[in-house]
Design a protein around this ligand. Structure first.
Ligand code: GLA
Length: 724
């Protein structure tokens, strides 16, 4: 059992293979945090072990014992207005207008497996894979209950946390803030690593010292966004890629979020993470409850690389759908960058035919097939086939594509509605808006009100009619703008503060409904590229289009950043025609992802076609090593500005793929690349050169690549090693 309770000190100890997490119940029934870090065997830690001394301005909220103050103690969960002035985890507001929130321990339960997550995306765990500690807290003044969940993974150094608020009071209450976790540390010499960006430049890592005061990484756009990601890491100053301690925090949620740090004058740091409190106000009737999204914390004592690998394994084994966990993804040809809106059935069939020649397994018909859509100004919401383009209808097109030997995939943008659409004309109240305010358009479109059941039913009905009309095995779900005038005409004033969260729940419900109806469907989420790349979405779609930027050099920082939390098999990556770098480098970078093509094969030269056939064969050969292997980031693209390198190693160390990219030409520069993740004693043969090396040589001495044909702007090198 990875959860222990020691009655003597009323102390809880959560153990993963290489980490421990300890906290205890104080005399005043606060939950005091004691330790999180590398595994320890001790449990005789007195609850006062890490407690800061009582400070003169700190409120004594202990009923006069004067022992501790929540102001300076490490708290397992923080209330508001009752002595802890730092970041709150939960804030409630009551009928009398006040908002103090106090949380005191009442009882706990320990059980195998995990708690019910209701309709929220969650870490999938069986009875044999995890144990859960469930703690009941209560506000003594109001009776409102708080259930703190800690699910401890037996095989991975990860904890899953969430909080449920249960209104056991006698009146309606409003939740004004519900974060999923609070994690206090007795140090503040951390760096904060987070991922920032914008459209076409998502998830670049930034590392900066945790500052005194509050730092917030957040989105209030209705989606997790291109700009920030619901994943942050606290790393010790000396923590590097493969050494040192770090703590990851990753939220399985696709809407507004904040991940906040607060360092205080007593030398501590608090992290809280969850739904963003801005515009959040959830009405909880007597007897009702609300569960927060799940947050996954990971401890690594071996650097950022190990933290990432733990997250990757977690995503592969416990978050993406079990159906796709075991299956190879199809190699797809997407019509977007090759055709944009300009295609008809014959063109798509030709794409399929040519694609088949090159080795493609699926044709994806992107935007432009429905309503009267010839550009981005109309028809979202009219999910019926544009017969002017697809003469003979969709079923006939799919039949012809399948006859060419390819499976068929399709594009939808279910959460959107164009003002110029039949659906809008029939139901103008179905789009997100505030009465009396002008609706802001973005990409000429509005957002449909996903909080409403009848709206979701209609979108589902339309999608189902398409999906049932012919064999469609892949669906790209796009989301091409953020939310403005955030309100539902169907929600009463006292529930408008629920709009953003209800929107996300509506999206989750519709994605789940699709998967229930078509359990083998491969869903790929997308949002103007990677504007909603998060653990919530990955629960439904095992892959997400990583960025609209398909330039391989630009992609390096995007993919390096994304890999901080998310595995290779989740990152939609295609070779496209539109960029200046050669096909070899485009493929070398796209291989670190789902891999596919997004171009018009009719425009390729014979030489390009031969190159692509070779790449497809290489993709099949290296698929297992990349998709189920471990990633080692060797030289990040920002390290010296000239070279970037990474390698994948199969988990059983039987194979490895090294990729080196020359961002720009180096003058007379020695280049030695040391691989990682191999078996020291084993002998590996490089398939490209036939040379043999021991794992120890490749990892310690490294490969001298100075004289390889790499000293050109945008050159690349792929070396595949197999154990002899
Ligand atoms: C978004 C996606 C693209 C493509 C277009 C279609 O920008 O990221 O891949 O599907 O929409 O309009």
């Amino acid at each position: 059992m990875s959860v222990s309770y020691y009655e003597k000190n009323r102390l809880f100890k959560l153990d993963t293979p290489r980490s421990s997490y300890l906290f205890a119940v104080s005399d005043e029934n606060y939950l005091l945090h004691l330790y999180y870090g590398a595994r320890v065997s001790d449990h005789e830690i007195a609850p006062s072990f890490y407690r800061s001394s009582y400070a003169s301005f700190s409120p004594d909220a202990t009923g006069g014992t004067g022992n501790i103050s929540p102001d300076v103690s490490m708290m397992e969960v923080s209330g508001s207005g009752v002595g802890d002035f730092r970041l709150s985890t939960v804030i409630l507001r009551y009928a009398d207008g006040t908002s103090a929130t106090d949380l005191r321990y009442v009882s706990h339960r320990i059980y195998t497996g995990r708690p019910d997550a209701g309709a929220l995306p969650h870490v999938r765990l069986t009875e044999n894979e995890a144990d859960t500690l469930e703690i009941t807290m209560q506000d003594p003044a109001t009776g409102v209950q708080f259930l703190l969940y800690y699910t401890v993974l037996r095989e991975l150094d990860a904890l899953v946390r969430s909080i449920r608020v249960v209104n056991q009071s006698d009146e309606t209450v409003y939740i004004e803030k519900l974060h999923s976790l609070c994690c206090d540390f007795p140090q503040n010499d951390f760096d904060l690593i987070h991922l920032y960006g914008k459209w076409a430049k998502e998830r670049s890592p930034q590392r900066l010292p945790v500052m005194q005061g509050i730092q917030s990484v957040a989105s209030t756009r209705g989606a997790s966004s291109h700009y920030h990601n619901p994943g942050i890491c606290l790393a010790k100053k000396d923590t590097a890629e493969e050494s040192g301690e770090c703590f990851g925090f990753n939220l399985l949620y696709s809407g507004n979020f904040s991940a906040d740090t607060e360092a205080d004058g007593y030398g501590g740091t608090r992290v809280t993470m969850g739904i963003h409190p801005k515009d959040f106000r959830w009405r909880l009737e007597k007897g009702d409850s609300l569960l927060s999204p799940e947050a996954v914390t990971v401890f690594s004592g071996q650097g950022l690389g190990e933290m990432s690998r733990i997250y990757h394994r977690l995503y592969l084994s416990h978050i993406i759908s079990p159906y796709w966990r075991e299956r190879k993804r199809p190699l797809l040809l997407n019509s977007w960058e090759g055709c944009y809106f300009h295609f008809d059935s014959d063109k798509l069939v030709r794409l399929a035919r040519e694609g088949k020649e090159l080795g493609m397994e699926m044709l994806v018909m992107d935007d432009g097939w429905f309503g009267k859509r010839d550009d981005d100004t109309c028809s979202l919401g009219d999910w019926f086939v544009n017969e002017n383009k697809l003469k003979g209808g969709l079923a006939e097109l799919v039949r012809r594509v399948r006859e060419e030997g390819l499976a068929f995939g399709i594009w939808f943008e279910p959460e959107m509605i164009s003002p110029d659409s039949d659906l809008y004309r029939a139901h103008p109240d179905w789009c997100v808006q505030i009465k009396g305010r002008e609706k802001s358009l973005a990409r000429h479109q509005c957002v449909i009100d996903m909080t409403r059941q009848e709206v979701r039913d209609e979108i589902f009905r339309q999608m189902k009619a398409i999906m049932d009309s012919c064999p469609i095995t892949y669906l790209k779900w796009d989301f091409n703008r953020n939310l403005t005038e955030p309100s539902s005409l169907a929600l009463p004033p006292e529930r408008q503060g629920e709009f953003f969260h209800r929107f996300v729940l509506g999206t989750y419900e519709l994605q789940q409904r699709l998967l229930d109806e078509y359990p083998t469907l491969l869903l790929e989420n997308c949002s103007g590229g990677g504007g909603r790349f998060d653990g919530g979405m990955l629960y439904y779609s095992p892959q997400i289009w990583c960025s609209d930027n398909t330039d391989p050099i630009e992609r390096l920082s995007i993919q390096f950043g994304t890999s901080l939390f998310y595995p290779a098999s989740s990152m939609g990556a295609h070779v496209s025609a539109n960029q200046r770098t050669g096909y070899d480098t485009k493929a070398a970078v796209a291989l670190w992802g789902t891999f596919g093509y997004e171009l018009d094969p009719e425009k390729l030269t014979d030489e390009d076609k031969e190159t692509i056939k070779t790449q497809v064969a290489y993709y099949h050969k290296t698929y297992e090593t990349i998709h189920n292997g471990d990633l080692y980031r060797l030289i990040p693209p920002w390290e010296n500005g000239a070279t970037c390198a990474w390698n994948f190693a199969a988990r059983d160390k039987s194979s490895a793929l090294l990729t080196v990219i020359s961002i720009r030409k180096r003058e007379f520069q020695t280049l030695i690349v040391r691989m990682r993740g191999l078996e020291e004693e084993a002998v590996y043969r490089c398939e490209e050169t036939g040379e043999k090396y021991t794992g120890a040589f490749l990892m310690n001495a490294g490969l001298n690549l100075t004289d390889r044909d790499l000293n050109r702007d945008g050159a690349s090198l792929l070396l595949y090693f197999t154990k002899q």
